[in-house]
Design a protein around this ligand. Structure first.
Ligand SMILES: NC(=O)c1ccc[n+]([C@@H]2O[C@H](COP(=O)([O-])OP(=O)(O)OC[C@H]3O[C@@H](n4cnc5c(N)ncnc54)[C@H](O)[C@@H]3O)[C@@H](O)[C@H]2O)c1
Ligand SMILES: O=C(O)C(=O)C[C@]1(C(=O)O)C=C[C@@H](O)C=C1
Length: 309
């Protein structure tokens, strides 16, 4: 097998991430066979209609028989049960990975079930959208995005290299993190933004009853752009919140302290504090775009022709 290629890949879960992997593997010819497994016959039938793989099975254990690479792409709260189901069917030397948005909990759930001689290397592609299901995926999803691996102690270096090469073949940049550090970083850059988006949509909806007027109807592009994340899958984000609870609560506390600072500056009319904060944070947002991390609206946030940079 050359770098990034595997004879047989098994995809457990074929939603946005699983189907994006399937499409990219097919486009780049990274596997001789791709077995797709979903617990839902309807989802499996749709995956077949979309021609995402070579074989389609309901039973995850059957799917991983003889597989060289197994990728678990299910809500993080389900990863332990999937690991338990596939464990007896994994071949020696196989690589098992996941794509879960939290890592410490996934490792705690999956690692106890992984047999000796099988390489478990947790992963997380920092790429996605607010959409779900096999129709939502696209081959380019991972292009130019980070994929974080959080190897457990004693991980085989050759297996790790093969998995990193696979993600690089999908277009990702690969880095490694300790799983606890990953969960803290993702709590602020991903989990908190989703929680805030869900929350503000709820607040706006509640205000409609309080103001006895239509609030959401008059929301403009700012509200729409800010709350895109609130369209994300409830099952996925329920699980993220429950399985990264400590890091999320720590970041929520920090965020609330900073919000109190902002609230106080508004209450006391401290325009200088507000201006300084907004200037600093706008520069940070622009640096994210300049670093090429934001592909949603490449020109969004850049200074207009009449704006000072
Ligand atoms: N959506 C994103 O932007 C994104 C980005 C990076 C990582 N992830 C992670 O990828 C994983 C999959 O997310 P997604 O966006 O592809 O979700 P999705 O809802 O699009 O697909 C989830 C898949 O898991 C299956 N599934 C659901 N519950 C299951 C269960 N209890 N047992 C077995 N299979 C089950 C579904 O049938 C579906 O095939 C999650 O762990 C998520 O945290 C998501
Ligand atoms: O772009 C989006 O809509 C996403 O939610 C993708 C996103 C994120 O950036 O927060 C969401 C969850 C992940 O685990 C990784 C990426």
């Amino acid at each position: 097998m050359t770098d990034g290629h595997f004879d047989k890949i098994a995809l457990i879960g074929i939603g946005l991430i699983g189907s994006s992997i399937a499409r990219a593997v097919k486009l780049k010819g990274l596997a001789k066979s791709v077995v797709i497994s979903s617990r839902s016959q309807e989802t499996l039938d749709r995956a077949r209609e979309l021609d995402l793989g070579t074989d389609y099975v309901l039973d995850a254990g059957e799917a991983v028989e003889g597989a060289d690479l197994v990728i678990v792409s299910v809500p993080v709260g389900a990863s332990g049960k999937v690991a338990e189901a596939i464990a007896p069917h994994l071949k020696q030397g196989a690589i098992v990975t996941d794509v879960g948005s939290t890592k410490a909990s996934v490792v705690a759930q999956m690692l106890p079930h992984i047999p000796k001689g099988v390489h478990f290397i947790p992963g997380h592609p920092l790429a996605g959208t607010e959409h779900s299901g096999p129709d939502a995926g696209f081959a380019e999803l991972f292009q130019g995005r980070w994929c974080i691996l959080t190897p457990v102690h004693g991980t085989d270096k050759d297996a790790k290299r093969k998995l990193a090469a696979f993600w690089e073949a999908l277009g990702s940049k690969v880095d490694e993190m300790d799983m606890e550090h990953h969960d803290k970083v993702l709590a602020i850059v991903s989990h908190l933004p989703h929680i805030i988006a869900y929350n503000i949509v709820g607040t706006a909806d509640d205000l409609e009853t309080v103001t006895e007027s239509e609030v959401i109807k008059y929301s403009a592009s700012g509200f729409r752009d800010f709350t895109r994340l609130a369209a994300s899958d409830p099952t996925m984000w329920r699980d993220v919140c429950l399985h990264n609870k400590d890091a999320i609560l720590e970041m929520l506390a920090r965020f609330s302290e900073d919000l109190a600072y902002l609230q106080r500056a508004i209450r006391w009319g401290d325009g200088e504090k507000l201006f300084d904060l907004f200037t600093r944070t706008r520069a940070i947002r622009r640096s994210i775009i300049d670093a090429g991390q934001d592909t949603s609206a490449p020109n969004f946030g850049r200074p207009g022709p009449d704006e000072k940079a």
